[in-house]
Each structure stands twice: as C-alpha cells, then as structure tokens.
Design a protein. Structure first.
Length: 392
C-alpha cells in the first residue's frame, strides 16, 4: 500500500500524466457547475451582508481602557442597547494594549441619539478620558458605492486587457478559457461571502480585485506548457491535443500546488495578525477574500481553464482529424500486436522523447526541402568509380 502511494506521489512530482484531468473534464464541469449555481443563487436571492460603508450609518469610537479595567465588547453592546433599545450593527476591538479602542457601528443616528449613546457609554463604562474621549462620525453610503463603481470599471478593463494579451500571446481559445476561469473565480468567491454571511467592506472589494492576478498567473503557467507540448501536433500521431494538454497540466500540477501553498502562507499570517493581534477589521476582510479567492483560483487553473481550452480547440476540424489519426494508429498497432488498443489517457515519460524525436525529424525534412540541389560544372563530371588517383 505504501509503495502504491509512493508511486502516485512520485508520478505527481515528476508529472508523467498520472491524473486524467482533461479526459474527465465533464465530471469537473458538473461539480464546479453545481457550486457555481449555488453561489449565483445565493447572490441573487440572499444578497450580501453589506458593511456600513455601503449602507451608511454612524460610527462611535471609545478607548478600551477604563478605571475598572479593560472594557469588553459585550459590555459595550449592553450599554448601547440600554440607550437605544436595540444592539448596534457591529462592535469590535481595534489595536492592543493602551492604544486599543472599541468601534461601534450602527444605523444612522441623529445628534440627540448620538449624545444619548455617548452619555450612556460614559456613565456605564467610564472609559479613560471621559466623554470627551468618545468620538463619533457619520458614514455616507455614497463612498462605498463609489468604490464599487470604480472596482467594476477596473474589472472591465482587466478583462479586456487579459483577452487581448492572451489572444496575441497564445490563441483565442485559450483567451476565452482563461476569462471563463477568472469569471468563475470571482463568482464563487463572491458567492462564498453571500453564503457564509461575511461582511462586505471596501477592503473586500479591493481584495477581490487582487485575486484576479493570482488566478490568471497560474492559468498562464499551465497554458504556456500546453503551448509547448502541442507545438506541431497536427503533423504527429503520437497523442491527441487533449492528451498533450493533460500532460501539460500534470507537468505543472506540483508547481501549482506549491505556488498556491506558499502564496497562502502570508495571507494566513495577515489573517492571524489582523484578527488575533491587532483586531483590525480591514485586514480581516482583505485576508478572508484573498484566502477564498486563491484557493478557488488554484482549482480553476487546473480543472476549468485547460479543459475548456481543449473543448474549444477540438471544435476545429483539423484537430478532430488529427485525433482520429491517432486513434487509427493505435488501433492498427493493437491489431498487429493482437491485443487491445493502448490506453489513450496514460502518458509515459518516454512519450516526451518520442515527441521530441518526431519534431526533430519534421524540422530536418523541412530544412532539407528548403535547400536547393547543388549542380556541378560540366568539366567536373567524372565517369566511373572514383579511384582517388590523379588524372593525367
């Protein structure tokens, strides 16, 4: 058993095609399609838990230290509820030690209500500095809306630039597949926020934009290997386009996993520092969306981008014909050997050497065809077999 596991991990590391990801792409389409459908349904029917920056409201801040010790979040909620008859939207501690403060977010309060709340907090909790240390500010919903509008504009520009770059560097099918994967990442990340009920703040919107680059980077790495493996494949009968693309995914699979794990480490550190040490909500919002987005982006670059690119490519009659030639060659070899046709999805490491050899032969034939024949002079024509003797 251990030997079998070791063999699988070894093949994963060397990337010899141990996992038939492209061949089983319909399975991934169903799985990720159901997840995507659930996320879209949650976004449409449940919506988001929008923060105060999007809905508008009042923010009240007071020192966390008092003459009787550290003020707790529960004590603040009780004092606010006693003054207003309802609990605030959110209460959180920001910072540590003597610099720690408590932030209260609630619906929009008028001047009398703000004075009533501040007086109640001062009387009940007695923060250092008295009522003068308790500050308040009104938050307009227009600021969050402005951030969202600019983010959507940036998203549109990003998609356009990516489509042009990938279409020029790779090809149109890969550009479309990459955009499908990126849109998938954005919708699922947003859907996770809707399903779980995380608060959406401007930091969340900014974090959503940052994950696009990571998702695209991983996809481009895989596509670059696909481009290398499929160069000149129309003239070959060793493997189909889908099999060459599957080999590329396997060859970059370990790199994708390692890159994702390393990229998640600073995000986890940001989450631990932001929540555990500093208690800063902005860092938490930024880290949460990056954590979800990077995980989804790593999966989509493996299970969505390349399979979609293969499906789009196989619409081309030339690649369909090439795949038929590959199958016919395998069937012919199987008949000669008196056995079954070779497995089409398993790619051994020797296939790389064979493919390179075929490409070299193809280039040599093309180079020979392009060199004109050399014609000797009339006086240089010799009859008979050369003897090496000087003629007199």
């Amino acid at each position: 058993m251990a030997k079998s596991k070791g063999s699988v991990f070894h093949r994963l590391y060397v990337g010899t095609g141990a996992f038939d990801i492209v061949g089983k792409r319909k399975r991934w389409y169903v799985i990720f399609g159901l997840i995507l459908l659930a996320c879209i349904a949650s976004i449409v029917f449940r919506g988001f838990n929008l923060g105060i920056d999007f809905t508008g409201g009042t923010r009240i801040q007071l020192p966390a230290a008092s003459s009787s010790g550290t003020i707790t979040v529960e004590a603040v909620k009780d004092s606010f509820g006693k003054a207003m008859g309802e609990e605030p939207t959110s209460v959180q501690t920001v910072g540590t030690g003597d610099a720690a403060t408590i932030q209260i977010r609630s619906e929009t309060l008028n001047a009398d209500q703000v004075t009533k709340v501040k007086t109640g907090l001062n009387d009940d909790l007695k923060p250092d500095g008295g009522i003068g240390a308790i500050s308040d500010s009104a938050v307009s919903a227009s600021w969050g809306g402005e951030i969202t509008t600019k983010a959507l504009i940036a998203l549109g520009v990003f998609f356009l630039a990516v489509a042009i770059f990938l279409a020029l560097y790779f090809e149109l099918s890969m550009a479309v597949a990459a955009l499908v994967a990126v849109v998938h990442d954005v919708l699922i990340t947003a859907g996770i926020y809707s399903l779980v009920g995380f608060e959406v703040s401007p930091a969340t919107v900014i974090g959503l934009l940052t994950i696009l680059g990571f998702s695209l980077y991983d996809t481009v790495v895989v596509f670059d290997k696909v481009k290398e493996n499929t160069r000149g494949i129309l003239g070959l009968t060793r493997r189909t386009y889908g099999e060459a693309a599957n080999l590329a995914v396997n060859q970059t699979l370990m790199r994708s996993i390692n890159t994702s794990l390393i990229a998640l480490l600073p995000v986890l550190g940001l989450l631990a520092i932001g929540v555990g040490l500093l208690g800063v909500g902005t860092l938490k919002d930024l880290a949460l969306v990056q954590l979800a987005g990077m995980a989804v982006g790593a999966l989509s670059s493996i299970f969505i981008a390349t399979p979609v690119a293969v499906d789009l490519k196989m619409r081309d009659p030339r690649y369909k014909a090439q795949a038929q030639r590959v199958m016919a060659r395998r069937a012919n070899l199987a008949r000669k050997a008196g056995g079954e046709a070779p497995a089409v999805d398993v790619v051994e490491s020797t296939d790389d050497e064979a493919l390179d050899a075929e490409l070299r032969r193809e280039k040599a034939v093309a180079a020979a065809a392009s060199v004109p024949a050399r014609h000797g002079k009339a006086g240089d024509v010799r009859r008979g077999r050369p003897t090496g003797k000087k003629q007199r």
